[in-house]
Design a protein around this ligand. Structure first.
Ligand SMILES: *[C@@H]1O[C@H](CO)[C@@H](O)[C@H](O)[C@H]1NC(C)=O
Ligand SMILES: *[C@@H]1O[C@H](CO)[C@@H](O)[C@H](O)[C@H]1NC(C)=O
Length: 464
């Protein structure tokens, strides 16, 4: 790849945009980003009012990289008005598997020389942060406080990256001409391997390129075989509309994360007066239905030797079809909604029974180990695949492009190259290999019931 090579990036989420930005800054002149939408893509997992920016990790590599990113979030003028420093309280119930990850996290913080304050009881948590009005947890409570945390406005982050990319000469194509349905390759054979020559789009265009970067999140697996290394899981979230007075009242609310359930909250988002709570748990799966397969098969070109139908058979879960622009899903499975309210009852009981402004399901792209993916595709030598954020990548936005670029040049530090490699060994091993990184406790992952699926697929128009 030289500076004049045509680079086609498929997917304008944080992985795609930060890669385009980094490569443009390195002097690559011919970069094209394709997506269904001009970013911020309304239904991308990166498009939301806020995301937690923490470096508390039970793994030394993620802790180090997240800390590198945190330094940028908290110090770079670039993130003024986007990043808001906010302390975090991480808790769990002793004896649950959340407790194992809790221990790993506190050991890693100690190892890295980062101060954290143990909270021996709910009373100790109240003493540090009286804004938490609820009973918090009954014994056996375990917790700590870290003042160095925060949240970022996700949509603003993405919009800024997009504008910077445009300033640097990156091109974008959205709509039908940006919606990729498959690839043309030089190879034949049942796998359709070989170099990628072009991407085909819904509009029928053939977008040629020298080098392709696939950062399409959960959708990547309908374009190439991902060897059962990604699984889309749905996680519930809810927004509560506050009054101006309440926004002031909760202004200094910390982020509270209960590792035993995955429940966490944000302080109020001032622009929208929304307070968000969500569950970072094992989640729900949504098996592809006949309509999902048909929708994708329809758009598959005959020139790709791997048919969408074949690829789809090995996909265990897929998000519902996208709602039209401006429409948002307003639905969460009842047990998820109940868990969201249970968490509120423990932290902010006065809000626990208020009608939600909107609920939703955020789709993660999980890998079996919860590690990201930044590696060459095993079947296509000019296809680099990045993503699989497994629900924890957004905080890395300021450094993702740097690592993607290192990966493309095969210069990632060995520990990260190992961690983020493309796994082929899970192919044919089923869904049980998706165990995660241990940070997601709570009820077992489960398939959505028929009624929940209907609720989600036909969810009414959200008010946001
Ligand atoms: C976590 O660490 C504490 C203190 O070192 C220990 O008592 C507890 O057994 C550990 N829990 C788990 C689940 O590893
Ligand atoms: C975590 O949530 C569960 C279920 O709502 C609750 O029983 C437990 O007390 C909570 N633990 C903490 C530390 O908040």
């Amino acid at each position: 790849m030289d500076l004049n090579s045509k680079i086609v990036i498929i997917g304008a989420g944080i992985f795609g945009l930060s890669t385009a930005h980094k490569l443009a800054s390195e002097g690559y002149k011919n970069i094209l980003v394709l997506d269904r939408h001009v970013p911020p893509t309304p239904d991308a997992s990166s498009n939301d009012i806020n995301r937690i920016i923490r470096f508390d990790y039970g793994d030394a590599d993620y802790l180090a990289v997240a800390r590198e990113a945190f330094e940028l979030w908290s110090r770079s003028p670039r993130y003024e008005g986007i990043f808001v420093p906010t302390p975090i309280i991480v808790t769990c119930t002793k004896g649950t598997s959340g407790s194992v990850y809790f221990n790993r996290t506190t050991s890693q913080l100690t190892r890295a020389g980062i101060p954290w304050t143990p909270l021996e009881s709910a009373a100790a948590a109240h003493a540090v942060l009286p804004q938490l009005t609820g009973p918090l947890a009954a014994a056996p409570f375990e917790g700590y406080y870290n003042p160095n945390c925060g949240w970022a406005d996700a949509a603003k982050t993405v919009a800024q990256l997009r504008d910077d990319c445009l300033d640097m000469g990156v091109s974008f194509v959205g709509g039908a001409a940006g919606t990729v349905t498959g690839f043309e390759t030089t190879g034949g054979g049942s796998k359709g391997g070989g170099k990628i020559k072009a991407a085909r789009t819904v509009a029928g265009d053939v977008v040629r390129g020298d080098f392709f970067i696939l950062t399409a999140g959960a959708w990547s697996s309908s374009l190439v075989s991902m060897y059962n290394s990604v699984l889309a899981t749905g996680q519930v979230l809810a927004y509560i509309r506050l009054t101006e007075d309440e926004v002031r009242k909760y202004e200094n609310l910390p982020i509270y994360l209960n590792l035993s359930t995955g429940w966490f909250n944000f302080p109020p988002h001032k622009d929208t007066r929304l307070l968000k709570a969500a569950i970072h748990g094992r989640g729900y799966t949504r098996r592809p239905g006949a309509s999902d397969v048909a929708a994708r098969a329809d758009t598959t070109t005959t020139t790709t030797t791997t048919t969408t139908g074949t690829i789809m058979r090995s996909i265990y879960s897929t998000p519902p079809a996208k709602p039209p622009h401006g429409r948002r899903i307003d639905y969460a499975p009842p047990d998820g909604e109940a868990r969201l309210r249970a968490g509120l009852r423990e932290i902010l009981p006065e809000l626990a029974d208020r009608p939600f402004e909107r609920t939703g399901v955020c789709w993660y792209t999980d890998t079996p180990s919860g590690d990201f993916l930044m590696d060459y595709h095993p079947d296509h030598p000019n296809l680099f695949v990045g993503g699989s954020g497994s629900g924890h990548a957004f905080k890395f936005t300021p450094v993702l492009g740097k690592y993607m670029s290192l990966g493309i040049k095969k210069q990632l530090p060995p520990n990260l190259a190992q961690k983020w490699r493309f796994h082929t060994e899970y192919a044919d091993k089923g869904m049980s290999v998706f165990l995660g990184d241990g940070s997601r406790d709570g009820p077992e992952r489960r398939e959505l019931r028929q009624d929940e699926r209907a609720g989600l697929d036909n969810a009414p128009r959200g008010k946001l």
